[in-house]
Write a new protein. Structure first.
Lengths: 98, 676
């Protein structure tokens, strides 16, 4: 039941997320790309749950919880950084250089 | 502190021996308590001299009482093996278990009686001698501590316990040599004694390690039991062990090459020289050899070395004694020389003869030292009264003292005859026995004739320098000075009293071990008494006294030597004009060499001390310490971590993008590794 197309879609979404994380510099965009990857994984969980029991669906809830917590913390950090430096460009945020 | 005290006190209640032998720990405990009490007084109330005297003399005298009682019990009980009194466990470490155990047997009883007996007399003498000293309480505290450690040394049933005493007496010796530490020379002399002894102690320690490895025990009784089966006679193991033990003995008992500290040790108060550096501590090496007699009996090479070093030391030190002017220096070299005799004896396997000479030497040498103490005391007071700054120890400043100090003169004369070996005095019997037994070893190897000859020659020199000492001190005209002569007087009774007792002992001491040829009295008392102690060694030794005419010829030679030496020493010394030290001309020729002690101290300084100091400065300090440890070690490791940190810091770009890429690559790599 549409397993193949679902996994292909999931793979495409994940790849878009990865590419976005690697090439974009805006922290907000980066953040959205991470969400995209998480949700791509969620999609494959749901699709595979059809064949391997409900464990996959339960896992999706965990991922969403973690994603929500992560969004809260991450956005707070980005907000704090923006207030401080008037920018969310990652290139400008390199205070921890060794 | 309370635990050991309880253990000492309750030892009698434990398993084995009861009575005075069970309470033998008291002989150590009493002087130790005396040390604590006198030490406290020295810190708090140094002016309480009568309390200090009472504690100082009383504890040692009580110790002597306990020793006498134990001796009486042992006489009555016919002690077979040693009585062991286990006090507490000290090192329970797996296979190595060392208990603090005291051992009472014939040998330790002899030593115990000599130490506490002569020790009591010298403590008593010190009351008079040190009366005016501001360090009176400190002095008695050290002296009491010394007695406690010395008794630990002779009572310890195992090498480690003995070693505690061994090191402890070394400490007390150091403290008492440098007793008047305000003078740097005295402090240096103490330091020298300590450092030289360290060299010997190194040998003793290594010997202990080797013994443990070879026999698996450090208890004397078990060593005697196991050595004959586990060690090979004349093998490298037993030879190494005994030579290392003997190295310890050369340090403690002032033998060549480590004897140089003893003459310098005369910087301490004279009673200390009598007690520690003549009668007791310096004989510890002889005691150790006798205690481990089975090991030495199994190592003929080591025996030869011991006897050879002993004979050489006896002769060498005697030659130096010929030309010393400090009365204590003469006696110091005499002590080194007599200790050489003892090692000649124990090296020959004549363990009893060695102990016999140890005992008689303790009597007459303590008497000589205390007598010289009386003389110095008087001389010091005379010069003090006239505010002169001459040396009260220099014999050139004395002369004719027999008129003002008849008791001291008479008693020292007895001791002189005894040490010279004049018949029926104690020294005659002990010295004659040693020489005869060394001669008796000659059938084994001709070199024993040489050892005997060296011993006989040393006896001649001994008689000579002692007669010279007496002649310079007591005969002829007085050279102290016109004003001082009125102040020369006999020492107080508290000082001559102990001399009197020692004088009697010096005369009759020979009765301890009369030889068979002597017409009267029970013969070979000490031989029989010590038989169980030396029994393990006799299995390996063939000791024979020369018989018949040889024996009488040897005795005749010994007596002739003693008399010739005495007469020569007396005549030659009085035949020349002696001038006070201040006006004396410098020495010339051979006399100069002897007066400067063969320049051995200078040679040691030049060839050992200076190179060592130079090496330490240029290599150990400048290279090893500054370059290797500080440079490569400390700074080097800091440099390496700094460089590593710098390298690691490069990875930390601070750019999140780079981190993400690296993270991704890492994730892919992990995924690849997991799913492969």
């Amino acid at each position: 039941m549409l397993l193949g197309p679902a996994l292909i879609l999931s793979a495409i979404l994940f790849s878009i997320g990865v590419v976005g994380v690697v090439i974009r510099r805006n922290a907000i965009i980066l953040f959205m790309c991470i969400e995209l990857m998480l949700n791509a994984v969620n999609l494959s969980f749901v699709a595979l749950a059809q064949f391997h029991g409900l464990g996959g669906q339960v896992m999706v809830f965990f991922v969403m919880t973690v994603a929500a917590a992560e969004a809260a913390v991450g956005l707070a950090i980005i907000l704090a950084v923006f207030r401080h430096r008037r920018s969310v460009d990652l290139q400008n945020i390199n205070l921890l250089r060794g | 502190m309370s635990l050991p005290v309880l253990a000492f006190a309750s030892a009698a209640a434990g398993e084995s021996p009861g009575g005075a032998i069970g309470l033998i720990g008291l002989t150590i405990l009493l002087p130790f308590l005396g040390f604590l009490a006198n030490g406290a007084l020295a810190l708090r109330r140094p002016e309480a001299k009568s309390a200090v005297s009472l504690i100082g003399v009383g504890t040692v005298a009580l110790s002597f009482g306990v020793a006498l009682a134990a001796f009486g019990q042992a006489l009555g009980a016919h002690l077979e093996g040693p009585a062991l009194i286990r006090l507490w466990s000290w090192i329970p470490a797996g296979a190595l278990t060392v208990d603090v155990t005291l051992q009472v047997d014939q040998l330790s009883l002899v030593m115990l009686l000599v130490i506490t007996g002569v020790g009591s007399l010298i403590h008593l003498f010190s009351v008079g001698y040190m009366k005016a000293d501001p360090g009176y309480a400190r002095y008695f505290a050290y002296l009491n501590l010394f007695i406690a450690f010395m008794l630990t040394l002779v009572l310890g049933a195992s090498l480690p316990v003995m070693f505690i005493g061994w090191e402890g007496v070394g400490l007390c010796s150091y403290l008492l040599i440098g007793f008047w530490y305000g003078d740097k020379a005295n402090a240096d002399a103490g330091k020298k004694a300590f450092v030289v002894n360290r060299i010997g102690d190194f040998g003793a320690l290594v010997a202990m390690f080797l013994l443990w490895q070879a026999l698996g025990t450090l208890n004397f009784a078990e060593i005697a039991e196991r050595a004959p089966t586990l060690l090979e006679v004349g093998g490298p193991t037993v030879t190494t062990i005994t030579l290392l033990l003997f190295l310890g003995c050369t340090g403690k008992s002032a033998q060549i090459p480590l004897y140089t500290w003893l003459p310098d040790a005369m910087a301490g108060p004279t009673p200390v020289s009598a007690l520690i550096h003549a009668a007791t501590m310096v004989t510890a090496g002889v005691y150790l050899v006798v205690r481990t007699n089975v090991l030495f009996a199994m190592a003929p090479t080591a025996q030869m070395v011991v006897a050879g070093v002993g004979a050489l030391t006896a002769l060498f030190a005697a030659t130096i004694g010929l030309r010393q002017y400090d009365i204590k220096k003469v006696l110091a070299y005499s002590t080194v020389s007599q200790l050489g005799y003892m090692f000649l004896a124990v090296g020959s396997g004549a363990y009893v003869a060695g102990i016999f000479h140890l005992v008689t030497h303790a009597f007459f040498k303590a008497l000589l030292f205390l007598g010289s103490g009386s003389v110095i005391h008087t001389m010091h007071h005379a010069y003090h009264a006239t505010h002169a700054h001459d040396d009260p120890q220099d014999m050139r400043n004395m002369g004719g003292l027999r008129r003002s100090m008849p008791w001291t003169f008479g008693l020292m004369a007895i001791a002189t005859l005894a040490i010279a070996g004049v018949p029926v005095l104690s020294g005659f019997f002990s010295k004659d026995e040693i020489l005869a037994l060394a001669f008796g070893r000659a059938p084994d190897a001709p070199i024993w004739y040489l050892f005997w000859g060296m011993g006989a020659l040393a006896a001649l020199l001994t008689a000579y320098y002692m007669a010279r000492l007496m002649a310079m001190t007591f005969f002829g005209a007085n050279r102290t000075g016109a004003a001082e002569q009125a102040h020369l007087h006999e020492a107080p009774w508290i000082m001559t009293g102990p001399l009197l007792v020692l004088g009697v002992l010096s005369v009759i001491g020979g009765a301890l071990n009369l030889p068979a040829f002597f017409p009267a009295g029970p013969h070979h008392l000490l031989d029989h008494w010590l038989e169980p102690v030396v029994a393990p060694a006799t299995a390996f030794l063939r000791l024979e006294l020369p018989h018949g005419s040889t024996e009488y010829i040897l005795i005749g030679v010994a007596v002739a030597i003693a008399l010739i030496g005495l007469v020569l020493g007396h005549r030659l010394t009085l035949g020349q004009t002696i001038v006070p030290a201040r006006q004396a001309a410098p020495e010339r020729g051979l006399w100069k060499l002897l007066h400067n002690k063969w320049y051995v101290d200078e040679l040691y300084q030049e060839f050992i001390v200076d190179p060592l100091v130079g090496l330490s400065r240029s290599i150990l300090w400048r290279v090893v310490d500054q370059r290797v440890i500080d440079g490569a070690g400390a700074n080097g490791s800091a440099w390496i971590s700094r460089q590593l940190g710098r390298l690691g810091g490069r990875l930390q770009t601070g750019e999140a993008g780079v981190y993400l890429v690296v993270f991704l690559l890492g994730a892919v790599w992990v995924l690849h590794a997991v799913t492969r």
